[in-house]
Design a protein. Structure first.
Length: 59
C-alpha cells in the first residue's frame, strides 16, 4: 500500500518531515495489532521540479 503525503502550503520540508516522524514514532509506540503489522517504510524527499507532477495525483 502506498500513501502520498503532502504538507500544507508554506510548511518547509524539514518541519513536515519532523512532524511526520514524530507522529509515526508515537503511533508505533502503542501496543496495538497494527503496530506489529508494519514491516518497514521508505521516505523519499521530493526532487526539485517534482511539484509539476502533483496534478497527476490530484489535490
Amino acid at each position: 500500500m502506498l500513501h502520498f503525503l503532502r504538507g500544507p502550503e508554506g510548511l518547509d520540508l524539514d518541519t513536515f518531515t519532523g512532524r511526520w516522524l514524530s507522529a509515526h514514532e508515537e503511533a508505533l509506540s502503542q501496543e496495538e495489532p497494527h503496530t506489529k503489522a508494519l514491516r518497514g517504510f521508505a521516505q523519499h524527499r521530493r526532487a526539485p521540479g517534482a511539484e509539476q507532477t502533483l496534478r497527476h495525483f490530484g489535490p
